[in-house]
Design a protein around this ligand. Structure first.
Ligand code: FES
Ligand code: FES
Length: 160
């Protein structure tokens, strides 16, 4: 099958790849570009483990064809830290022990970042609703929610 040439931007870096038309963005991220932070939990849009943003919108990369990345700006979990400096959300997830197996964690982090870019001061209910599409089998969600609330406070410069 002939391959398509795709020009895109991933985590701020101009990126190009060749892919077969049926491949998902998640396939290409993981298998071609070796960005394995995005996880494949269900392949059907149900778990959120593959979450990325595309032009600022939260997307399940398992539901998007890789060819649709042409001309878009993709952000993955690999783009959250700045060098060795973790994003505040990553730091708070560590401090609150908001992960266990970690399989859901990249998607939860990407989704939480997307939330705080839209709403820097969410209520707990808003955090829980926003993250309803990110399934976690381990933590019971409380520590995740606390970490997101704490990161939001820190990013606002507020005393938690
Ligand atoms: S792997 Fe994409 S939503 Fe589960
Ligand atoms: S930490 Fe294991 S699925 Fe969330």
């Amino acid at each position: 099958m002939s391959k398509h040439h795709v020009l895109t931007t991933i985590n701020g870096e101009p990126t190009e790849f060749l892919c077969e038309p049926q491949l998902t963005l998640l396939d290409v991220l993981r298998d071609e570009l070796r960005l394995t932070g995005s996880k494949e939990g269900c392949s059907s849009g149900d778990c959120g483990a593959c979450s990325v943003t595309v032009d600022g919108r939260l997307v399940c990369s398992c539901l998007m064809l890789a060819v649709e990345a042409e001309g878009k700006s993709i952000q993955t979990v690999e783009g959250m830290a700045t060098g060795h400096d973790l994003h505040p959300l990553q730091q708070k997830f560590l401090e609150h022990a908001a992960l266990q197996c970690g399989f859901c964690t990249p998607g939860v982090l990407v989704a939480s970042k997307a939330l705080l870019e839209r709403n820097p001061d969410p209520t707990e209910t808003e955090v829980r609703y926003w993250l309803a599409g990110n399934l976690c089998r381990c933590t019971g969600y409380d520590k995740i929610v606390r970490a997101v609330m704490d990161a939001a406070a820190e990013m606002r410069g507020a005393t938690p």
